[in-house]
Design a protein. Structure first.
Lengths: 321, 366
């Protein structure tokens, strides 16, 4: 199996037709399979292959053209009970039926990517959350119908181990959903709310106060975010440091990536406060982790290393000057 | 070496050895430092105190033959030397795995049983390179594996990977073979039918096209008759499989190649037995005299020019059109170009000569 882990997935499938020994070894030993290379008949491929690979833990079914249909996901749910990682991104043809089947069949899911699956509803997602309680990574980018406050409340209630959530361009998401999520999932490390135009400072404050391990926060195009949210983030560092000293946390904790592009209501002083609180946030080139494009009034905000470099340059001018 | 000499040698200069027993029960003495590369041997030495003498030699797993042990020790000796550059190590590794597949498999198995992860990775990568891009048959030949799967089991994975052009080609070949076998079986039991000749005059054909001065009912009835006739003839010749025919016609001295559609083949009364290559019906010459009655000479000349021009155009871009037809999978349609550049796609229900008459009639009506 180690040899087959080094070859491409097409070769693995071909190898299963060599002899009985190889076939059985592959069928009962293969843990990871990607069919993203299949550009035409992925649905048929899933229907015929997945029932044989009973020990699958990772299944990547990312598509460029939508091919997967509900019957394929139903087969996955019925056969792959050990599945932990599933990528169904861009499966435009899938309906709620798929999520209901996954909820019943794949309860050990830890990573689920359904970005671009625009047909899913929030009820189906809430149902999935109530069964798949081990979810740690969930990508809902572009799932406009599925990602609503109702669904987020269910996720906050049941998926308490969640660490990463992408809600990009889910414009039905509001403060109620994000706040419930922050309270229910204290382990959240990565939250992407880019394009969630309805959220306000309350969401950011909830995340800042309730999620001490928050590393990355995307607020691109969240026009309603004001300085109040920024000061809350800056202040959370102090609280988390106190909490960390009790639990033995390290100094590296805290925000490492913050995207506030197009958040035009923010002022330099508030953003600078966040930048000063989190040394891992950089505005300097090469380590750009505080992203502020489109905010022309924030040009004066600089990270510590940029300030030091500027000071060094002014203190010791170039000999040529 | 005398005892006094031995006393002079410092302890760190003495190389400790361990005794290893391979699968054929032969015992070898190996430098402990090299042997300890294997976590399995290391465990035996440290935890169980084995290998210190010939009597308590470390029994190596069944997969480790003397030849394989020798190879493994060579690998460990090279990598144990400090100060070698990554380039040197890489170069050595590349040469090291340039051995025949059988030995490479044995080496992988032996290294795996000794838990030598770096060597297992190296040999696995080499084997992966051998396997990649090969068909199941080739893999079986390379590794001398038994051919113990049924035909269906063998083809199942291939049938699924339709994205692979090689497999698509293979599947097509299989389908063709099956078709040929079926056809041969059918043709054995079939008597070849007599060839029927269409004896209708040009006038009859023209009136058939016009459908009794545009009476829709008339057209409808003729269509139904045609359908019935077609059904009868299909039943009559159901056992025969007609190949696609290319009918070559001459219009005013210009060749027109016309690909007959399935409907057209059924309506045509001459049937050809199944043939592998394209067959061409004999050239048909016909006289325009009947059509040209009661037409002004100037108009006649104009029509002649247009027909000639049409024929020339049809000939000039025939290969491209043929390619286009084949690629778009529309062999069942016939393209008709009129003088005003209007493109018509018509399911052809008539024989090729009728198609040409229909074209001329269309020109006249314009």
């Amino acid at each position: 199996m180690q040899i087959l882990s080094l070859v491409d997935d097409q070769t693995v499938i071909t190898a299963s037709g060599v002899c009985r020994g190889w076939r059985d070894a592959i069928y009962f030993g293969l843990a990871r399979l990607s069919l993203s290379w299949c550009s035409k008949s992925m649905n048929n491929l899933v229907l015929s292959l997945v029932p044989k690979f009973v020990k699958l833990q990772t299944l990547i079914l990312r598509q460029d053209k939508p091919q997967l249909e509900d019957n394929a996901v139903e087969t996955i749910a019925k056969c792959c009970h050990e599945l932990q990682i599933l990528d169904l991104s861009k499966s435009f043809k899938l309906t709620d039926h798929s999520l209901y089947e996954l909820a019943l069949g794949c309860r050990d899911l830890t990573k689920l990517n359904i970005s671009g699956c625009s047909a899913f509803s929030d009820n189906a997602l809430a149902y999935l959350a109530s069964f798949c309680r081990k979810l740690k990574v969930l990508n809902l980018c572009g799932c406009v119908r599925a990602a609503s406050d109702t669904a987020l409340q269910a996720i906050g209630q049941y998926c308490n181990q969640l660490q990463s959530l992408n809600l990009g361009w889910c414009d039905n998401v509001g403060d109620v959903g994000v706040t419930t999520l922050a309270y229910g999932c204290p382990d959240l490390r990565i939250v992407d709310l880019c394009g969630c135009v309805r959220i306000t400072d309350d969401s950011v404050i909830a995340l800042a106060t309730r999620c001490p391990h928050l590393r990355s926060l995307g607020l691109y195009y969240c026009k309603n975010i004001t300085d109040r949210a920024m000061y809350s983030l800056a202040h959370s560092k102090v609280n988390n440091r106190m909490w960390g000293s009790v639990k033995g946390g390290n100094d590296e904790d805290g925000l490492r990536t913050l995207n506030i592009s197009q958040c035009t209501a923010l002022t330099p002083s508030a953003v600078q406060a966040v930048c000063d609180s989190f040394p891992s946030l950089h505005t300097c080139s090469g380590r750009h982790s505080l992203i502020m494009s489109g905010c022309l009034n924030l040009t004066s905000v600089h990270c510590a290393c940029a300030v030091h470099a500027h000071r060094a340059f002014t203190t010791f001018p170039h000999p040529a000057h | 070496m005398s005892e006094t000499d031995l006393a002079v040698i410092k302890p760190e200069m003495m190389k400790p050895y361990v005794w290893l027993q391979t699968s054929d029960d032969s015992i070898q003495q190996v430098e402990q430092e090299i042997a300890m590369f294997s976590p399995l041997i290391c465990q035996e030495i440290i935890q169980k105190g084995m290998g210190s003498s010939k009597n308590c030699a470390i029994c190596l797993p069944q997969q480790v033959s003397p030849a394989m042990l020798s190879l493994i020790l060579d690998y460990c000796r090279f990598h144990q030397v400090p100060g070698r550059s990554n380039k040197e190590r890489k170069s050595y590794d590349e040469k090291f795995v340039r051995i025949d597949t059988e030995r490479l498999c044995e080496l992988t198995s032996a290294a795996d049983s000794l838990q030598l992860k770096p060597l297992v990775d190296l040999t696995s990568r080499a084997l992966a390179r051998i396997i990649e891009g090969k068909t199941p048959e080739e893999i079986r030949d390379i590794f001398h594996l038994p051919d113990d799967l049924t035909e269906e089991e063998k083809l199942e994975p291939l049938r699924n990977i339709t994205a692979d052009p090689r497999i698509r080609l293979l599947n097509r070949l299989y389908a063709k073979k099956r078709k040929e076998l079926k056809e041969r079986g059918r043709l054995k039991n079939v008597e070849v039918e007599e060839e029927h000749v269409d004896e209708r005059s040009v006038d009859d054909l023209l009136s058939f096209i016009n459908g009794n001065d545009g009476d829709p009912k008339g057209v409808k009835t003729s269509k139904n008759k045609k359908k019935n006739r077609r059904k009868k003839e299909q039943q009559k010749n159901s056992s025969l499989k007609e190949a696609s025919e290319m009918n070559k016609k001459e219009v005013n001295g210009h060749d027109i190649r016309h690909q007959s559609s399935e409907a057209e083949r059924i309506s045509e009364t001459s049937y050809l037995p199944y043939a592998e290559d394209d067959t061409f019906s004999p050239k048909v010459e016909f006289d325009d005299g009947d059509i040209d009655d009661e037409i002004d000479p100037a108009l006649k000349e104009k029509i002649d020019r247009e027909v000639e021009d049409f024929a020339r155009r049809l000939n000039s871009d025939w290969p491209e059109r043929m390619q286009e037809l084949l690629s778009s999978g529309q062999e069942r349609k016939t393209m008709l170009f009129t003088t005003d550049g209007f493109l018509r796609r018509q399911a052809c229900m008539f024989s090729p000569c009728v198609t040409v008459f229909f074209l001329i009639h269309h020109m006249l009506s314009n």
